[in-house]
Write a protein that binds this ligand. Structure first.
Ligand SMILES: Cc1cc2nc3c(=O)[nH]c(=O)nc-3n(C[C@H](O)[C@H](O)[C@H](O)COP(=O)(O)OP(=O)(O)OC[C@H]3O[C@@H](n4cnc5c(N)ncnc54)[C@H](O)[C@@H]3O)c2cc1C
Length: 302
């Protein structure tokens, strides 16, 4: 065992970086480990983060790391974490690069993994013409032809997102999916087009979506497709056996502690309400709760 940290933060996206800043300012000894690939790896710009609207995601991370460099008590390592064992005040954290460190508290900020749909062209267009969030991408493409590809598990709840997306574009939205009758009626009433025939492939031109091809061979011109593919937790989080709800980690709403004492979580892995600024805010919240707890430990040791 080489080092004992007050907190090991696992994940160096907006959430983990924000937590590191708050804990650094609180004079805690922090190690932040980041394995590299970020959730928005395919995205060219990060939008809708006040003061950072339009910043490339890698630049956002570099600015954060640059600011953290002022805090000598915060160490950043570009390494994955493969296992976490032990208990509150005495966790062992195994780094992928080989060494093991100790930590009093753990903060998981590992994001979520988006699953690529088995549709030809999907993976290549993800983050370029295929999006999840109109707040992140809608403004820049408002005059393009938009589609919303509904996943079967979301069909009963397709109306609210369709209506929301419709408000972001100047064109008529097309919804692709086999929808229940009441949802179809709601979309018709809102002048939203519906295509029930399954999608066979996505045709692109110059690296951008051009059309959605159906299994009956017809093509629907479409330049931006909104989709909510399934997501899963990274292997490390799965291995911890923490309580989840709909696949997202359950946390205490005030402290962000998970079902295991001493392990906290912030950012995308705890919610489907996913955006960089929300992830950053929840990282700060977790950091403040952890710092409060560490201070309470000192009191009880007196
Ligand atoms: C294509 C796309 C575009 C988007 N565009 C926007 C946008 O414009 N604006 C916006 O607000 N939001 C956008 N989002 C959402 C935004 O990217 C996320 O909400 C945000 O990145 C979540 O931050 P996070 O810190 O929770 O997780 P992430 O940013 O995903 O960071 C998690 C980090 O943890 C690391 N990690 C995972 N496992 C381990 C491990 N075992 N050990 C060490 N490190 C590990 C990963 O490598 C990653 O770096 C977009 C998402 C996608 C998919």
């Amino acid at each position: 065992m080489s080092c004992t940290y007050d907190v090991v933060i696992i994940g160096g996206g907006p959430s983990g970086l924000s937590a590191a800043l708050a804990l650094g300012r609180g004079r805690k000894r922090v190690l932040l480990c980041d394995a590299g690939p970020r959730r928005n790896a395919a995205a060219i710009h990060m939008q809708n983060f006040v003061t950072r609207d339009g910043t490339p995601p890698d630049e956002f991370r570099q600015i954060a790391r640059g600011q953290l460099a002022s805090y000598a008590n915060v160490t950043i390592r570009d390494t994955g974490v493969s296992t976490v064992s032990g208990e509150r005040n005495a966790f062992s954290v195994q780094l992928s690069v080989g060494d093991e460190v100790r930590a009093r508290r753990i903060l998981l900020a590992t994001g979520m993994v988006d699953e690529m749909l088995p549709i030809e062209g999907f993976r290549e267009l993800w983050g370029r013409s295929i999006f999840q969030c109109p707040y992140c991408h809608g403004w820049e493409i408002q005059d393009k032809r938009w589609g919303y590809l509904v996943q079967p598990e979301n069909a009963a709840h397709a109306a609210p997102f369709s209506l929301l997306a419709s408000g972001f574009t100047t064109r008529r939205l097309t919804v692709f999916g086999d929808l229940p009758r009441d949802v179809r009626a709601q979309l018709h009433a809102a002048d939203i087009a519906i295509v029930a025939t399954p999608v066979r492939r996505l045709r692109s031109h110059d690296g951008q979506l051009a059309a959605v091809e159906l299994t009956n061979g017809t093509e629907n011109p479409c330049e931006a497709l909104f989709v909510h593919p399934p997501q899963h937790q990274v292997a490390l989080v799965q291995s911890l056996g923490l309580a989840v709800e709909d696949g997202y980690l359950k946390v205490d709403p005030m402290t962000r502690e998970t079902s295991r004492r001493g392990i906290y979580a912030s950012g995308d892995l705890t919610t489907r309400m996913q955006s960089a600024i929300i992830a950053a805010a929840s990282g700060m919240q977790a950091a403040a709760a952890i710092n409060m707890e560490l201070s309470a430990d000192l009191m009880s040791a007196m």
